[in-house]
Design a protein around this ligand. Structure first.
Ligand code: NAD
Length: 368
C-alpha cells in the first residue's frame, strides 16, 4: 500500500479537539492496514503566534509543500483580535493558500435526511440536495491592485478594490470544475456578472471556449450571480456544480452551505489544480472557525473535520471507497439519533465530541 504523508495543523479553539477525532480514525485505519498514512503535526494561527510570534513558520510552509495533503482545524480567537491585520492568526491560513497556490476551493452542500429539519427551507426543496461549489480562491477583488483607502482631504475618504481576472486564472479553475463535472452528473453552471462587469464577460467567454474545445460532453450553463443567489434558495437541486469567482463564491457558498442547516457539518477542500484527471496538492479544512465560545468543553461537532478528511481520501488519494464508507458512517450515526449540541433536537441523544468520533469509528469498523 502506498504510504501517504500528511501534515496536520490543528490550530486554535475547537480545531485541535475536532482534529483529535480524525487522528483517532487515521490511527484506527492504519492499524487495520486499510490505509498507510504518516502524520506530522505543526502549529498554525494563534497557537503558532504564542510560541513563535508568527502565524505560520516558513519551515511549516516548506513542509506543507512536500506533503501529499494537509488537514487544518481552525484558526483565530479573541486573544489575537487586537493584533494588526497582517500579524493575525488568519494570515497563517492565507499564506498557506497562496504559497501552495490553492486556487480552487471546493465546498459541497449536502443535505442529510436526518437533519433536514435543521434547514430554514422546506424539506422538499432540500431533500437529497448534493451540490458542489467551486470557487476561485487566489484572485479577483480580494487580491486585485490597486486597493486601499485614500484620503481625499476635506475630511472625506475613498475605498478602492480592483476586480481582475486573467485568461490563465479563469481556465485553471474552470478545468478543475470541468474535471469534477465528469465524475458527477456532467452538469456545470458557470456564474459571473458578465452583464455589468468586464471581468465577468471575460470569465464567460473563456469558460465557454474551454467547454467547447475540451469538455463538449459536459452540459455547460451560464448564470448571473444575482440570479444564482435567488435560484439557490428557490430550487437548489437544479444545480450540480457551480463554478464562480472569489467574491461571488464567498457569498454563494455560504448561502448554499446554510441550506443544509449546520456549520458543524460542512467540509471543504482547496486544490492547486488537476493533471491527467488527478488533483494536485490539497488543503482540507472544515468551513467553520475556531468557535472560541465552546472550545475545550468537549461539545464541538467534529463531523465537518471528519468529512474534510473524507474529501482528502477522495480527491488527493483517489480512495473513493473509503471516503464513501466514512460519509456513510456519519449518516448512519445521525440516523441512529446521535447528535452533538449544535444539531440537537428533542428526539435525539446528545453526545460529546469524543463520543461522536467513537460512534463514527464503530460504524466504519462494520464496513471495512
Ligand atoms: P465560528 O465558525 O468559529 O463560530 C460560529 C458559531 O458556530 C459559534 O456559535 C460556534 O460555537 C458555532 N460552531 C462553529 N463550529 C462549530 C462546531 N464544529 N460545532 C458546534 N458549534 C460550532 O465563527 P466565528 O465565531 O465568526 O469566528 C470565531 C473565530 O474563528 C474568529 O477568530 C474567526 O476569525 C475564526 N475563523 C476561522 C476560520 C478558519 O480557520 N478557516 C473560519 C471562520 C472563522
Amino acid at each position: 500500500m502506498d504510504k501517504k504523508k500528511i501534515l496536520i495543523l490543528p490550530g486554535d479553539g475547537i480545531g485541535p479537539e475536532a482534529i483529535d477525532e480524525v487522528k483517532k480514525i487515521i490511527d484506527f485505519l492504519n492499524k487495520k492496514k486499510t490505509i498507510n498514512i504518516e502524520i506530522e503535526e505543526e502549529l498554525v494561527g494563534g497557537a503558532c503566534i504564542d510560541k513563535f510570534k508568527v502565524p505560520v513558520k516558513d519551515e511549516t510552509i516548506k513542509k506543507a509543500k512536500k506533503k501529499d495533503a494537509i488537514l487544518l482545524g481552525a484558526v483565530g480567537g479573541p486573544k489575537w483580535d487586537n493584533l494588526p491585520f497582517d500579524e493575525r492568526p488568519e494570515q497563517g491560513l492565507l499564506r498557506l493558500r497562496s504559497d501552495l497556490k490553492l486556487f480552487a476551493n471546493l465546498r459541497p452542500a449536502i443535505s442529510f435526511d436526518s437533519l433536514i429539519h435543521a434547514s430554514s427551507l422546506k424539506s422538499e426543496i432540500i431533500k437529497g440536495l448534493d451540490i458542489l461549489i467551486v470557487r476561485e480562491l487566489t484572485g479577483g477583488v480580494y487580491f486585485g491592485e490597486p486597493r486601499g483607502i485614500e484620503d481625499l482631504g476635506n475630511g472625506k475618504r475613498r475605498g478602492l478594490n480592483t476586480q481582475v481576472y486573467s485568461t490563465d486564472e479563469i481556465i485553471r479553475v474552470a478545468k478543475v470544475a470541468f474535471e469534477l463535472a465528469k465524475k458527477r452528473k456532467k452538469i456545470l453552471t458557470s456564474v459571473e456578472k458578465s452583464n455589468v462587469m468586464e471581468s465577468g464577460k471575460l470569465w464567460r467567454e473563456e469558460v465557454k471556449k474551454l467547454g467547447k474545445s475540451e469538455y463538449s460532453d459536459i452540459d455547460l450553463n451560464h448564470m448571473y450571480a444575482d440570479n444564482c443567489a435567488m435560484q439557490l434558495i428557490r430550487d437548489p437541486k437544479q444545480f450540480d456544480i457551480i463554478l464562480t469567482d472569489n467574491l461571488f463564491g464567498d457569498i454563494l457558498s455560504d448561502a448554499a452551505a446554510m441550506l443544509t442547516g449546520s456549520l458543524g457539518m460542512l467540509p471543504s477542500a482547496s486544490l492547486s489544480g488537476v493533471k491527467n484527471g488527478s488533483y494536485l496538492s490539497g488543503l482540507y479544512e472544515p468551513v467553520h472557525g475556531s468557535a472560541p465560545d465552546i472550545a475545550g468543553k468537549n461539545i464541538a461537532n467534529p463531523i465537518a473535520t471528519i468529512l474534510s478528511f473524507s474529501m482528502m481520501l477522495f480527491y488527493s488519494f483517489d480512495n473513493h471507497k473509503l471516503s464513501q464508507i466514512i460519509d456513510n458512517s456519519v449518516k448512519t450515526v445521525l440516523n441512529k439519533g446521535f447528535r452533538t449540541e449544535d444539531i440537537m433536537d428533542k428526539k435525539s441523544q446528545k453526545v460529546g465530541t469524543k463520543q461522536m468520533g467513537d460512534l463514527i469509528i464503530e460504524e466504519i469498523t462494520k464496513n471495512i
